[in-house]
Design a protein around this ligand. Structure first.
Ligand code: GDP
Length: 397
């Protein structure tokens, strides 16, 4: 991230001015799509390392108990007629969004499996650990015009951990969320209830409560360019009839969207919504997104499957469309920027990366509360594994 000026000066450091007298611009990373339109970077086929579940009380279980089974209505010529508003608000138990869980559940999984990780000794020390949702935000950044983000980064025993921080604007939006938007969120979860069963081969039961504390999370390994990745994402269901029963290729993502009537509405859907759907499902290798289109009364009357690997075709010839290469190249550039910035190995130190639409990614440094996010139980357990800290890497290494 050296500027050209600094590079040129570095050669005559002993002759002329000392390097530290030169103005050093604060490091930042631009996000313009035009800067990232090279060839698609290497992305390792994601493999599932394990999974965990969160129950109705948001308690962690190191198993697949919360996994649900894809069970669409029979295709006998009839359209579905799912009332997505049924049960709202009396059969709705929303997760408490005031609780900031940060990476905690993923770290618990990692603590319990760090001894058996594939990839050889030291793989984790070279990896980036985060949620899939955080990577999704990075992928869509070059095209995002509305919402900024903040990502906190800490390096600990070599590994770079990335955890999102709610921006002040996002907090205000959450606390002032209009009632109609709250109901729309419920409707997305209700759709899952109409499409999934608790056991394979049985029909869904939409009579119960919608409890958004419940989650099934897949933990995946991949690599983007030279960045090994360990991330977890919430998975809606598995398809018992999928051609391969091997995760993540048996997983299905469920989405709802407004019914569309004009070519202009479809075009806008491909440009904006399909980008988010693609980014979220491409990262973990989820092959299909099943969309339920709802009418103005809140009933899903049609379903359509969008194969993740075909989504780009809808915008390939659109000058105002998105490009997967731009998304992935930007993400790789951000990960390099973060790796080169967050150099001090210290779980109490946080490098806070901030981005607002129209600007570059900037960074600031913080110590301890409120930004430090690696919990003491994690830091202490990992520290006990390897009591002597590794030596600070030198440029020769
Ligand atoms: P997504 O791709 O944005 O859905 O996020 P992930 O699949 O990476 O989810 C990571 C974890 O964050 C899971 O435990 C989810 O249940 C949780 N999660 C997802 N979205 C939200 C949210 O909007 N608020 C909170 N508090 N947690 C969320």
């Amino acid at each position: 991230m050296e500027s050209r000026g600094t590079k040129r000066e570095a050669g005559k450091i002993e002759v002329a001015e000392p390097r530290n007298k030169l103005p050093r611009p604060a490091p930042s990373l631009p996000t313009d799509p035009a800067l990232y339109s090279g060839p698609f970077p290497f992305y390792r086929r994601p493999s599932e390392l394990g999974c965990f579940s969160l129950d109705a009380q948001r308690q962690y279980h190191g198993d697949a108990r919360a996994l649900r089974y894809y069970s669409p209505p029979p295709t006998n010529g009839q359209s579905p007629n799912f009332d997505l508003r049924d049960g709202y608000p009396d059969r709705y138990q929303p997760r408490d969004e005031e609780v900031q869980e940060r990476l905690d559940h993923l770290l618990r999984w990692l603590l319990e499996h760090r001894g058996q990780l594939e990839g050889g000794p030291g793989w984790l020390a070279g990896a980036i650990v985060t949620w899939r949702g955080h990577l999704t935000k990075l992928l869509t950044t070059p095209y995002e015009r509305q919402e900024g983000w903040q990502l906190a980064a800490s390096r600990f025993r070599g590994t770079l951990y990335l955890s999102e921080v709610e921006t002040p604007a996002a907090r205000v939006q959450r606390l002032t969320r209009p009632p109609l938007l709250r109901e729309l969120m419920y409707m997305g979860y209700k759709f899952e209830q109409y499409m999934c069963a608790d056991k394979p081969g049985v029909s869904p039961d939409p009579s119960g409560e919608v409890n958004t504390n419940v989650a099934f999370c897949s933990v995946l390994r991949s690599r983007l360019g030279n960045h090994p990745l360990l991330f977890s994402g919430e998975v809606d269901c598995t398809d018992p009839q999928a051609p391969s029963t091997q995760p993540p290729t048996c997983y299905v993502e469920l989405k709802t969207s407004k019914e569309m009537h004009s070519p202009g509405q479809w075009k806008s859907f491909y440009r904006h919504k399909l980008l988010k759907w693609w980014a979220q499902s491409f990262l973990p290798g989820v092959p299909n997104v099943v969309a339920g289109f709802r009418n103005p009364e809140g009933f899903v009357c049609s379903l359509k499957t969008f194969p993740t690997m075909e989504m780009f075709e809808y915008v390939r010839n659109d000058r105002d469309g998105w490009n997967p290469s731009v998304c992935m190249n930007f993400c790789a550039a951000f990960l390099s920027f973060a790796q080169n910035t967050a150099v001090q190995d210290d779980p109490r130190l946080v490098y806070l990366f901030s981005w607002e639409p129209g600007g570059p990614v900037t960074v600031s440094e913080h110590r301890d509360a409120p930004h430090a996010f690696l919990p003491p139980w994690y830091v202490e357990a990992v520290t006990q594994d390897l009591p002597s800290p590794p030596k600070t890497p030198s440029p020769k290494d």
